[in-house]
Design a protein around this ligand. Structure first.
Ligand code: SAM
Ligand code: ZN
Ligand code: ZN
Ligand code: ZN
Length: 667
C-alpha cells in the first residue's frame, strides 16, 4: 500500500517563551495561533473531523490559518483569543498582503458577529475599527470566546476535505481517513454537532466547486482556467502550475513557491505537489522523487476510484514518475520534464520584486559582459565562505587560468582539504568579517566574487531558524557578502562578475530580501539536472546564460559507485545530502542507496565525492573521519552545477596553458 503520513509544521516549543493560559474556547473561535519560529497569525479553531484530521487531546487545537488556508495542530498554549490579544499580537509594521488580509478577514468576521455590516469595509476601515477597541453595534452581546460563523474561505477549504471524507465513507470501508472520523464521532459529541452545523452551507458550495471540475472533466472547460490548488475557476489565475497542466491563483501560487523545495527530516517533501497543502498525504515510492500528494487532490483530480488503486499499488510511483494512465490520472496531467525545468526556473525569476539596484555590465558583441581587464587575462577570484574550494575545483575543470584565488574560510578541516588539493594556489585572507576596506584594496583587481553563506539559519528545514537579521547568528553573514560586493564595486566600478548561492528551501520573504540587496532575482538550479543527486539551490549573479535550457544528463548513481566490487545502485539518484548522516538514506523506508553482494550497503564516502563531481579521496586529508568528510560535502556546491554556471567565463578569460591543472595528483 502506498505509504501515508501526517505532516504538520514542525514544532520546537521548548525553545520559545510561553504565551499565556492554554486556550480553552469552543471550536469555531477566532484566535491568534503560533507555530514556533513563525509569527502569531490569525486563525480559527476547527474540529479535526471537519477536515479529515484525527481527534486530538485538549492540550492541542486544530487551527485553520486564515489566508494561508492550511490546518495545523497547535499546542493550546500557543492559541489565544483573537480580540483579547489583538493589540498584543497584531504587528502593524509587518509587511505582506497575505498577513494583512488574514488579519482583516478575522476582524471583519468578528465585526459581523457584533452586528456590523463589515462585508464592504476596506482594510483601512477594518483595522481602524479594531484599533478603536472592537466596538459592538446595537445591543448584540458577545462574550469572550463565543464561536463565530465560519467565513466562506474556511468553508471552501474544509468542505473540500470533508467531501472526500464523505466519499470515502460511501466507497471504502478501509480508508484510514474514514476510520479516524468514525472513531472520533463515537467519542466526541461536540464534534458531531460542529460537523452538522457546517454541512448545510458546504453542500451548496460543493456543487458550485465541483461544477468547475465536472466541466473540466467533460471537456467543456479548459483545465487552464482551473486553479489546481483550490480547484476553482472562480479565482483570479496568476500563472500556470509548473508540474501539471492547469493553473494557480495567487494564494496557491504563493504557497507553491513557499513549499516546493521544503523537505522533512526524512528527505520527503512536506507539502502536496499539486496544491501545496500539508496534511494526510501519499508518498511516491520512487526514492529519487520524494513528492507527496494530499488526499483531497487525489480524490477530486485523479480518476474515480484511483485512490483505492493507489493504496493497493506496491510500489506506487506518482503522477510525475510514471506514464499517464487514464484509469488513475483523471485530470492530473504531468508536464514534460523539460517544461517543468523551465517553469520552475521561471517561477522564481518572474517575481516582481522592487530591487535596490542592478549591475548589468556593458555587453560585448557576443553578448558577454565586459570586465575591466577586457578579457583574456587570467582570472582573479575572491571566494567567501570557500568551504572545500568547489569554486576553484570547477574553474580548474573549465581550464580557465586562475591568476589568483583568495579564499575566506574559518573551518580548519575545510581549509586542510583545500590546501592539500591546491597547495599554494589558494591564499587565505581570514574570516569574512575581517575584510575591511584596506584589506580589500590590498587584494588588487577582483574579476569574480564567489560565495554561498551558511544556510542553517535560513532553511525552512530548521523550525527555529533565526533568519537574516540576527547578528549573532550565521544567517546574517549574507550581509558580509553584500558588504564585500558593494565595497569591491566601489573600488573598481561595476566591472566584476559575482555569484551568490544559498538554499532554495528558504522562506519567500528571505529570498525577496536577498534579491533586493543583490539587485536581481535568483535562478533556481537542481544538481539533479546534471548529476545523480538532488540539490536545489538558488543562485544570484551576473554571469550570463543562466536562464538557458539545460540538456538533461543521464548520469546515474551506478556511474559513481566503486567498480569491480559488485556494488549496485538501488536508486538512480540520491536525495539532497546534508551534514546529517541520515540524509544518505533514501525514501520513506530510509534504506541505503547501494546493494553489495545482495545486501543493503551505505554509499561510501569516496562514492559521495564522485556524486558531487569531485575525484575520489578529494576530502581525504589523511586523518579526517567519514562523518566530517560528509559534513564538508553536505555544505558544498555540486561541482557539476558550479562548472555549468561558470562555463560562460571560458570565453572571457584566458585558457590555462599548462596541461597539468592546479590540483595535486593523488597517488
Ligand atoms: C555553505 S558553506 C559553503 C561551502 C562552499 N560553497 C563549498 O562548496 O564547499 C559555508 C561556509 O562558510 C564558512 N564560514 C562560516 N563563517 C565564516 C566566516 N565568518 N568567514 C568565512 N567563512 C565562514 C563555513 O565554515 C562553511 O564552510
Ligand atoms: Zn487557488
Ligand atoms: Zn493537494
Ligand atoms: Zn514521484
Amino acid at each position: 500500500m502506498a505509504p501515508m503520513r501526517n505532516k504538520w509544521k514542525k514544532t520546537a516549543i521548548q525553545r520559545l517563551p510561553t504565551s499565556g493560559e492554554p486556550f480553552d474556547g469552543p471550536v469555531g473561535s477566532l484566535v491568534w495561533g503560533r507555530i514556533p519560529g513563525q509569527p502569531w497569525w490569525p486563525g480559527i479553531t476547527v474540529d479535526g473531523q471537519d477536515c479529515g484530521m484525527p481527534d486530538i487531546s485538549s492540550d492541542h487545537k486544530w487551527v485553520f490559518w486564515l489566508e494561508d488556508r492550511r490546518v495545523s495542530k497547535v499546542q493550546s498554549k500557543w492559541v489565544q483569543h483573537f480580540k483579547d490579544r489583538y493589540s498584543l499580537y497584531f504587528d502593524s509594521t509587518r509587511k505582506g498582503k497575505i498577513y494583512e488580509s488574514a488579519v482583516v478577514q478575522a476582524i471583519k468576521v468578528y465585526a459581523k458577529h457584533l452586528g456590523h455590516e463589515s462585508g464592504k469595509w476596506t482594510n483601512k476601515q477594518a483595522l481602524k475599527w479594531a484599533d478603536g477597541g472592537f466596538q459592538q453595534n446595537g445591543v448584540r452581546k458577545v462574550e469572550g470566546v463565543t464561536p463565530v460563523p465560519l467565513s466562506h474561505v474556511i468553508q471552501d477549504d474544509l468542505q473540500l476535505i470533508r467531501k472526500c471524507v464523505e466519499r470515502s465513507k460511501q466507497n471504502n470501508g478501509s480508508s484510514p481517513i474514514k476510520n479516524s472520523v468514525q472513531h472520533g464521532k463515537q467519542n466526541n459529541e461536540p464534534s458531531r454537532k460542529r460537523r452538522s452545523s457546517i454541512s448545510s452551507v458546504s453542500e451548496l458550495k460543493t456543487d458550485v466547486q465541483y461544477d468547475d471540475l465536472a466541466k473540466v472533466k467533460s471537456g467543456e472547460m479548459s483545465i487552464r482556467r482551473l486553479c489546481l490548488g483550490c480547484k476553482s475557476a472562480e479565482v483570479k489565475i496568476v500563472g500556470e502550475h509548473p508540474y501539471f497542466e492547469g493553473s494557480l491563483c495567487k494564494i496557491c501560487m504563493e504557497a507553491l513557491k513557499k513549499h516546493c523545495f521544503e523537505f522533512g527530516d526524512d528527505g520527503i517533501h512536506t507539502h502536496c505537489a499539486i496544491c501545496s497543502r500539508a496534511g494526510r498525504v501519499y508518498v511516491c515510492d520512487r526514492p529519487g522523487c520524494c513528492k507527496v500528494y494530499c488526499t483531497p487532490c487525489i480524490e477530486v483530480l485523479a480518476a474515480e476510484g484511483a485512490k483505492m488503486l493507489i493504496e493497493k499499488m506496491q510500489p506506487w510511483q506518482c503522477f510525475l514518475c510514471s506514464d499517464v494512465r487514464p484509469t488513475v490520472n483523471g485530470i492530473i496531467t504531468p508536464r514534460h520534464e523539460s517544461v517543468i525545468l523551465s517553469r520552475i526556473t521561471a517561477l522564481f525569476s518572474l517575481d516582481k520584486i522592487p530591487l535596490f539596484c542592478g549591475d548589468d555590465l556593458p555587453l560585448s558583441e557576443d553578448g558577454l559582459p565586459l570586465v575591466s581587464s577586457n578579457r583574456k587575462n587570467g582570472l582573479r577570484v575572491l571566494s567567501l565562505f570557500d568551504g572545500i574550494s568547489t569554486g576553484l575545483f570547477a574553474l580548474d575543470k573549465l581550464q580557465i587560468e586562475v591568476e589568483k584565488y583568495y579564499a575566506s574560510e574559518v573551518d580548519g578541516d575545510a581549509i586542510n582539504v583545500s590546501k592539500l588539493n591546491f597547495k599554494d594556489k589558494i591564499e587565505y585572507v581570514g574570516p569574512v568579517e575581517t575584510l575591511n576596506l584596506r584589506k580589500l584594496k590590498a587584494l588588487g583587481r577582483i574579476d569574480l566574487l564567489l560565495g554561498g553563506s551558511p544556510c542553517t539559519e535560513l532553511s525552512l528545514a530548521n523550525p527555529v531558524r533565526k533568519g537574516l537579521f540576527d547578528t549573532d547568528a550565521s544567517g546574517s553573514l549574507f550581509f558580509e557578502y553584500f558588504r564585500v560586493l558593494v565595497t569591491l564595486r566601489m573600488l573598481q566600478g561595476n566591472c566584476m562578475y559575482w555569484l551568490f548561492e544559498n538554499t532554495a528551501a528558504m522562506p519567500c520573504s528571505m529570498k525577496a530580501t536577498i534579491s533586493r540587496y543583490l539587485g536581481r532575482n535568483p535562478t533556481v538550479f537542481d544538481a539533479a539536472w546534471l548529476s545523480a543527486q538532488h540539490r536545489t539551490r538558488l543562485f544570484w549573479g551576473n554571469i550570463p546564460g543562466w536562464g538557458k535550457k539545460v540538456a538533461k544528463c543521464n548520469v546515474k548513481l551506478d556511474d559513481c559507485l566503486i567498480p569491480g566490487l559488485n556494488r549496485i545502485a538501488a536508486v538512480d539518484m540520491i536525495r539532497t545530502v546534508t551534514t546529517n548522516s541520515n540524509s544518505l538514506r533514501q525514501g520513506k523506508t530510509m534504506t541505503h542507496p547501494v546493494r553489495m553482494n545482495g545486501k543493503e550497503d551505505t554509499l561510501w564516502i569516496t562514492e559521495l565525492e564522485r556524486v558531487f563531481g569531485f575525484e575520489t579521496h578529494y576530502t581525504d586529508t589523511g586523518n579526517l573521519g567519514i562523518s566530517k568528510r560528509q559534513q564538508l560535502l553536505g555544505r558544498a556546491w555540486s561541482v557539476h552545477v558550479a562548472v555549468h554556471l561558470m562555463k560562460p567565463l571560458q570565453s572571457v578569460f584566458k585558457k590555462r596553458n599548462t596541461k597539468q591543472g592546479y590540483r595535486r595528483v593523488i597517488i
